[in-house]
Write a protein of this length. Structure first.
Length: 226
């Protein structure tokens, strides 16, 4: 049977499950965290909650997380996920804005920065955005991007998000990305450290990777652990 690389998340996060998932990747909600979940899946559903359901508290913490941890994001995985999202236009526009924001200092975000085809920015707060922008100015993170955000809209504190050192202690995949770089290889290595008997096919599906890359990592793992 031909292997087909997966893009759609294996699990949807919403409600309490989303809060626990966000806590598991270092967003400090007062809930029991779900640990070692796919980072980009959690980020995607957090953005959907914040943008489509207008939960600006969630959106503020998400953006604070991105300001600290975007260097550890597997941008290829995130971009594939965003491009597959053809119906939630506001979510796609938001991630395009994130690509434009983080791409100022990280060229990996260039493709994500083109995910939303329109040249007209989406207003985060609808018709009220112009009033707040005129009063407070635009948020520096999202100035001249595909989404218009007033400076006082997204509230967050340093204590809302774990530091890189703290997150590396609690999240296996994040820790491996710090070691190897934010890649599918790092994710597969983390998966094998938890479940060393995974086949290459299971490994590829678990990490949204290609089968060729999974075979390579499976081989290298076996060499080092034989």
């Amino acid at each position: 049977m031909t292997f087909r690389r997966e893009v759609e998340p294996r699990r949807r996060f919403e409600g309490m499950a989303l809060s626990r998932a966000m806590a598991g990747i270092g967003m400090n909600f007062a809930v029991e965290p779900l640990l070692d979940l796919p980072i980009e899946d959690v980020l995607f559903f957090a953005a959907y909650e914040g943008i489509e359901k207008e939960d600006f508290r969630v959106l503020g913490i998400l953006c604070k997380w991105l300001s600290l941890h975007s260097g550890a994001v597997n941008v290829d995985r995130l971009t594939r996920l965003v491009l597959s999202c053809t119906e939630a236009e506001r979510t796609r526009a938001f991630w395009t804005a994130v690509g434009q924001w983080r791409g100022r200092n990280d060229s990996r975000f260039a493709r994500l920065a083109r995910a939303w085809p329109s040249d007209t920015p989406i207003d985060l707060m609808g018709e009220g955005t112009s009033f707040w922008v005129n009063k407070h100015g635009e948020h520096s993170w999202f100035a001249n991007t595909s989404i218009r955000v007033a400076a006082n809209t997204l509230q967050s504190r340093e204590s809302d998000v774990a530091s890189p050192a703290e997150l590396a202690k609690s999240h296996r995949t994040y820790r491996e990305r710090v070691t190897q770089g934010p890649s599918y290889r790092a994710d597969m290595w983390a998966a094998l450290s938890e479940l060393p008997d995974l086949t290459a096919t299971e490994l590829a599906r678990r990490t949204y990777s290609s089968i060729g890359a999974a075979w390579s990592v499976r081989r290298d793992w076996d060499i080092l652990h034989s």
